[in-house]
Ligand binder design. Structure first.
Ligand SMILES: Nc1ncnc2c1ncn2[C@@H]1O[C@H](COP(=O)(O)OP(=O)(O)O)[C@@H](O)[C@H]1O
Ligand SMILES: [Mg+2]
Length: 474
């Protein structure tokens, strides 16, 4: 899962165009939605403020019209009725008298409450408006369907309740007006705008999706383009590395052979032998380069054939050890075997396993100037592990980063004179993984390196009594 996640991330990382397109797909509808939301919110805010101001101005108008009739409740009532019917937004009007500490309804659009004392929360509001300075407004939401006069208030309708102290002719506050103004019409407009915006949003998303789908090929091209760039880079690396690697031994072979041909009789026998040895070594070098290249192509085309059988790892390590003993001695290196187990058997392909050991031990000797190379074999419940430790040039973290990539070679003063193709570790890792193993590297620059390969042991994966049948099947 984690591994998959990483693969995904690196895919996206290598295909910026895909991220860019996804970004656009998400960004365009998001910006439209955000824009609509901001505009609607602002509009709602402005409309509400306008509505409140309108109600306060209306209340002042009411005040002016009743200022001379404050002692005549009947006249006040008829003026309220008139006021109530001027605009459809006003849904309730009442004039309230303050008598001592009490508030009493003097006239109201709801005739049943005339003469009633007001208490509870409403009384607190009236007190606030009375003792505060000027009008008091608050937003309320109707909790039921109501009807005042001919006007209905729907359940959940948003209203502004405005309480305004009213002055008498002398300019003293004597009464309060309680007016409800409905926000229903502005809410309706907003709701319609919201629906339209939503439709536009959906249509935009559909259009963007259609565009993306019809341009899916563009994505493929983007991915293909990236891949082509990689392949092109690989080809360049391949040509420059392999031509150099082919040229060096070929020049040597050609030089030596042409000298021997031309001066066959003049060159002493011993020198001829030396020259032919060089020809032989370089032919081997060419041979292994071509084998590496063939391996790469086989692995890449999935043409590698493995024949699994129980392999005695200790025996194979002994074999490779004796192959390299001479070379190590020649270089003045100590080649050490440390077997920490008496038995290490894994189900492997014999030839490929040998190739893995040859690659790793070959590298260890190649990249070590002095000191030792040690082969440590151990077994535990994780499997059989083969550790190749050297006291060689080592690698820092940066150099280790692409260690298992194709054609990757570390280029510095320590390694520049050492021949190689940078294919060995890539092939090694591929082979190990197709045989269900793992490879790990630890290294300290200037101190040495340690490659650890772990294969499941046969005793871990197959119970002895079934071993034979399974072997027959494979
Ligand atoms: N044991 C080691 N010690 C230090 N460097 C190593 C060791 N093994 C591999 N390397 C580095 O890793 C690079 C890749 O190794 P490899 O794939 O075997 O290619 P090659 O040996 O052909 O260069 C080498 O060029 C070398 O710089
Ligand atoms: Mg190598």
């Amino acid at each position: 899962m984690n591994n998959n996640g990483n693969k995904y991330l690196s895919f996206l990382n290598n295909n910026r165009q895909v991220i860019y397109s996804l970004f656009i797909i998400i960004l365009i509808p998001f910006m439209i939605a955000l824009n609509t939301w901001i505009i609607l919110n602002q509009e709602q805010f402005d409309l509400d403020a306008a509505l409140r101001d309108k109600a306060i101005i209306a209340a002042q108008g009411l005040n002016a019209s009743i200022v001379d009739d404050l002692n005549d409740p009947k006249k006040i009532q008829s003026k309220i009725d008139f006021f109530f019917n001027i605009t459809s937004e006003v849904k309730y009007v009442a004039v309230i008298n303050k008598i001592g500490d009490d508030f009493k309804v003097l006239a109201s659009i709801n005739s049943s409450e005339v003469g009633r004392n007001i208490d509870g929360q409403m009384r607190t509001l009236l007190g606030t408006a009375w003792f505060g300075d000027g009008a008091f407004a608050q937003e309320i939401t109707s909790s039921e369907n109501k009807k005042y006069g001919d006007k209905k208030i729907a359940y959940n309708e948003r209203l502004f309740q405005i309480i305004v102290p009213l002055k008498n002719a002398k300019g003293d506050y004597v009464y309060l007006a309680n007016i409800w103004v409905s926000a229903a019409s502005t809410d309706y407009i907003n709701q319609q705008t919201l629906i339209k915006a939503f439709v536009v949003l959906i249509v935009t998303v559909i259009i963007v999706l259609i565009l993306v789908m019809s341009n899916a090929r563009l994505f493929q091209y983007a991915v293909l383009f990236q891949r082509l760039k990689e392949v092109d880079q690989m080809k360049d690396d391949f040509i420059s590395t392999t031509s150099h690697e082919l040229k060096t031994p070929l020049t040597l072979i050609k030089g030596n052979v042409s000298m021997i041909i031309e001066d066959y009789d003049k060159i002493p026998k011993a020198d001829q032998k030396k020259m032919l040895d060089q020809v032989f070594d370089n032919t081997n070098r060419l041979n292994s380069l071509v084998s590496d290249l063939l391996d790469v192509s086989r692995i890449e085309q999935n043409r590698i054939k493995l024949e699994f059988e129980p392999i005695d790892i200790l025996e194979m390590v002994n074999k490779v050890f004796s192959q390299y003993e001479g070379q190590a001695n020649e270089k003045g290196l100590k080649l050490i075997k440390s077997f920490k187990t008496e038995k290490a058997v894994s189900s492997l392909d014999r030839a490929k396993f040998e190739q893995i050991l040859v690659n790793l031990v070959g590298n260890a000797i190649k990249y070590t100037k002095d000191g030792e190379v040690e082969l440590i074999i151990s077994s535990d419940n994780k499997g059989n592990s083969i550790c190749i430790r050297d006291t060689g040039v080592g690698m820092d973290e940066q150099e280790r980063k692409n260690l298992f990539s194709k054609f990757y070679r570390i280029r510095n003063n320590d390694t520049e004179a050492i021949p190689g193709t940078g294919l060995g570790l890539w092939i090694t890792k591929q082979l190990i993984e197709t045989m269900k193993g793992t490879i790990m590297v630890d290294s300290i620059k200037g101190v040495g390196s340690q490659f650890t390969v772990v294969f499941p042991s046969t005793s871990n994966i197959v119970k002895p009594e079934y071993k034979k049948e399974i072997k027959d099947l494979t």
